[in-house]
Design a protein. Structure first.
Length: 219
């Protein structure tokens, strides 16, 4: 089931019809508190969340959900400022889609989020020449074993478990080092550079820079 938290009735109805046409079960909440109540009682597979809600800000909804669960959240908002996008991603939203958007793009984002949500449960990940055995801490590119430091392996695992999702500098630092600090920004760039170099066999470029925001892995 997909939970839509959207106060604009016309947009909510359009989203609901689009999802039901593609065989998704749907529930709709017109404000944040109702959305949180449905989330707690119905345990949706994914949440579509507007930021400009009438009772509580959508960013606060993300905070409350992330205290107890990692259900995928796609923000759908008219706010197109980079600062709002970064804040939502820093709070661990999985994706951000700016209104207006095409229904096919939304459906693709939903499929991607649901697919990525299952990756973390796999012992071995393999795609486009990259193979990672999480249990044995082994990494191969085109069948060539790559030796990573523990922190590099942790960072690569973080990227894979968030396949194609943009991870902000702050989010990566918090997940890898346990805290975020401007002092560690240069360290992060060095780690990314080293990881790219080690994975760059046969010109593979797995880790892509999102200027001003962070990085994503495309595999």
């Amino acid at each position: 089931m997909i939970l839509i938290i959207e106060d604009d009735k016309s947009i909510a109805k359009l989203l609901e019809l689009t999802l039901k046409t593609h065989d998704y079960k749907v529930k709709v909440a017109s404000n944040g508190l109702t959305g949180l109540s449905i989330f707690l009682s119905d345990k949706p597979e994914l949440i579509l969340l507007d930021l400009g809600l009438p009772d509580v800000d959508g960013l606060e909804v993300i905070k409350q959900i992330r205290k107890i669960d990692q259900t995928p959240i796609i923000v759908i908002s008219a706010r197109d400022a980079e600062d709002d996008k970064v804040k939502a991603l820093d709070l661990d939203a999985n994706d951000y889609l700016t209104k207006p958007f095409m229904s096919e793009e939304l459906l693709a984002r939903i499929r991607g989020c649901l697919r990525r949500n299952n990756i973390a449960n796999k012992e071995v990940f393999e795609s486009k020449g990259l193979k990672v055995n999480f249990a044995l801490h082994q990494v191969f590119v085109d069948d060539v074993e790559i030796h990573l430091t523990p922190l590099e392996f942790k960072m690569l695992s973080l990227f894979i478990n968030n396949k194609e999702r943009v991870l902000t500098h702050k989010y990566i630092q918090k997940e890898v080092w346990g805290y975020d600090s401007l002092d560690e920004y240069q360290s992060l760039r060095v780690f990314i550079l080293n990881l790219r170099r080690k994975l760059c066999i046969n010109n593979h470029n797995y880790i892509h820079t999102e200027i001003g925001i962070g990085y994503r892995i495309i595999i």
